[in-house]
Design a protein around this ligand. Structure first.
Ligand code: PLP
Length: 406
């Protein structure tokens, strides 16, 4: 086994060697511009792009023409949300989203709020999922867009997407879904699930960084967008800019592999994830899974280790790459806004670790990680007076702390 162990596959994934092989010719001899219409270099590039468009579309049950290539899911989210907001502003200026969305979605909505749109920020249940009745109640005649993610990047919790799509369509509201973590890991179908716009990123599914896609529905209804990037009119005018041909080829190949291997891969990942969970729960007390296990990505385990500070745990297991609940918002030491929205107290949010398993994770690695985490949590708890007190039966919630000067 090679150290360090990578178990942070919600942040990014290793490029699959088959994806890299598919890309390489488009850096070398097939370097044409897909928009060059009058020579073979352009034609070959265009052919490769169209093949990828089919592969991406097939994975989500869409038509190739409905796929717009972008620089990644951050751009896809921006294009979907701002593009719809601008295009449909005459119809209404109300958008519904959720507190646990990715920053790319949250910050688009915040910006629109500053520009005079009204945004409803739905809370989540302790399970991590939204309450559909609250969603129903939030929709008004002014609502133009519901933007809710498929699977959360921290907890792996899946929203009830089919029901959300059904509600959106019944009420004549567009539904954008950030499906970055879900596509390629669980079956996604934009028709069955009534999704109108859907964001994808290559580097979360063993493809290259800096390339993604936005699905934009063309029928029932035909969704229109105001372009956020003006220029040569590429991608049906929705996203100008010379196409990243090697990247797009990589995205297509990554989607093709997911489509062929997802069913089997899911079983394997779920087995490894459950093994990790079982080992941690067997060797440590006071560990808590964040969010529902029932509706969750097969490769995610988000766990809080009471009486342990997530960042200290991360430093202790420095040969294991995982994320803590406070690491996502980088420089700050704010506890995870996702876990807080689920009702976790600051202490448990601070003590959370996100394990993201992936295609290249082995059983040996899982066992190693379980062992290292156990060892470090035990060590940190030995140093924790709070853990000591809790074990002696002191109820810390009602404990009268003696303030300074008393
Ligand atoms: C990673 C991620 C994004 C951003 O994707 P990029 O391609 O890195 O811009 C958006 N949403 C979710 C849920 C993600 O996990």
């Amino acid at each position: 086994m090679k150290l360090a162990v990578y178990m942070d596959n919600h942040a990014t994934t290793q490029v699959d060697p088959r994806v890299l092989d598919a890309m390489l010719p488009y850096f070398r001899e097939e370097f044409g511009n897909a928009a060059s219409r009058n020579h073979v270099f352009g034609w070959k590039a265009e052919e490769a792009v169209e093949k990828s468009r089919k592969q991406v579309a097939a994975l989500i049950g869409a038509q190739p023409k409905e796929i717009i290539f972008t620089s990644g899911a951050t751009e896809s989210d921006n294009l979907a949300i701002k593009g719809v907001a601008e295009m449909y502003s005459e119809r209404g200026k109300h958008i519904i989203t959720c507190l646990t969305e990715h920053k790319a979605v949250l910050d688009c909505c915040k910006k629109l709020e500053k520009q005079g749109y009204r945004v409803t920020w739905l809370p989540v249940e302790p399970s991590g999922r939204i309450d559909l009745e609250r969603l129903q109640a939030a929709i008004t005649g002014e609502t133009i867009l519901i933007t809710l993610m498929y699977a959360n990047n921290e907890t792996g919790v899946l929203h009830p997407v089919s029901e959300i799509g059904r509600i959106a369509h019944e009420r004549g509201v567009l539904f954008h879904c950030d499906a970055v973590q879900a596509v390629g890991r669980v079956p996604v179908n934009v028709i069955d699930e009534n999704i109108d716009l859907l964001s994808i990123s290559a580097h979360k599914i063993y493809g290259p960084k800096g390339v993604g896609a936005l699905y934009v529905r063309r029928r029932n209804p035909r969704v229109q967008l105001t372009a956020q990037m003006d220029g040569g009119g590429h991608e049906r005018g929705m996203r100008s800019g010379t196409l990243n041909v090697p990247g797009i080829v990589g995205l297509g190949e990554a989607c093709g592999i997911c489509q062929r291997e997802m069913a089997e891969e899911t079983i394997r990942l779920k087995g490894l994830r459950d093994r990790l969970k079982a080992r941690l729960e067997a060797s440590l007390d006071e560990v808590y899974v964040n969010g529902t296990m029932e509706h969750r990505l097969p490769n995610n385990l988000s766990m809080s280790f009471a009486y342990v500070e997530g960042e200290s745990l991360l430093m202790g297991i420095n040969d294991v790459a995982v994320s803590s609940g406070s690491a996502c918002t980088s420089a700050t030491l704010e506890p995870s806004y996702v876990l807080k929205a689920m009702g976790a107290g600051d202490d448990l949010a601070h003590s959370s670790i996100r394990f993201g398993l992936g295609r290249f994770t082995t059983e040996e690695e899982v066992d190693y990680v379980a062992g290292r985490v156990t060892e470090v949590v035990r060590k940190l708890r030995e140093l924790s007076p709070l853990y000591e007190m809790a074990r002696e039966g002191v109820n810390l919630k009602n404990y009268q702390w003696t303030a300074e000067g008393q």
